[in-house]
Design a binder for this molecule. Sequence first.
Ligand SMILES: C[S@@+](CC[C@H](N)C(=O)[O-])C[C@H]1O[C@@H](n2cnc3c(N)ncnc32)[C@H](O)[C@@H]1O
Length: 265
Amino acid sequence: MEFCAQHWQGIENIVHTREVQINKLGRNAVMLPLLCEAQSRAGDSALFVEVGSSIGLSLLWPWLTAQYSTGSRIDGCFSEGRVVCDCRIAGNPTLPLSGIGPKPVRLVGIEVDSLSADNEDDVAWLRALVAPNDDFGRSELERGLELLSQHRPEILAGCVLDRLEDVIAAMPANQPLIVYHCMTLLHLIEADKLAAWRRLLRQVAHSRPVVEAYVAWEEGSPSATLWPVEVRIREWHRSGQDSELVGWTDPSADGSLLQFREKRP
Ligand SMILES: C[S@@+](CC[C@H](N)C(=O)[O-])C[C@H]1O[C@@H](n2cnc3c(N)ncnc32)[C@H](O)[C@@H]1O
């Protein structure tokens, strides 16, 4: 508190120019089974696009292993088992939690407020977004930054509504598209971009399979409550979409929990 009071002017200047862009390595452990499922629905040779990549930690799943409390694991296609994210499973898994993750022909992030792991101020901003008492979050961020020093995922700067069309224009005909995002939907809702985002996916689904996989606050009541954070898969068609609630994750969405929903008979 004393530090903040003493440095308030400087803090205010930084906060006014930055977005909340919390990026957590462990979210990959929740996303991996969803991405496997998305690939099995969309088809092989898919292009994977992450919306709202922040500095790029959620683009690192090909290089890490997700270890589940069920005793099984999903290895990223390039993982050598050196970087492991642990995730507790609750409920009966309705998605496979073992095997090798998808091998994307292209994996690209889109970020409206792009950050770089080479930029000290950007890295300092992400460190500042970790809560003071969150030692786990701090060590996870450092693990992620270390991994980013070895693997630099492709991140395009700009709003997804503009950049996704550029990405699609470069795709071969019929190539499946898998879009995923984690804690980004609220940003689209707040910027009044949700309807345009959904229209765009529906339009793309006219010419290729499109599957969306995501982790987000419950839609309709964003930020009204810290729970639930939903884990969903949405298949897009010409005429609309089929959305499936897979389950929930913990309120901080740090990837430490995946609670499966009971399948309806
Ligand atoms: C809370 S962060 C989540 C980062 C990362 N997905 C994760 O789960 O660790 C949400 C990110 O979405 C980005 N974002 C918001 N609106 C966007 C848009 N229209 N297009 C692309 N990125 C956007 C924000 O700048 C921010 O970096």
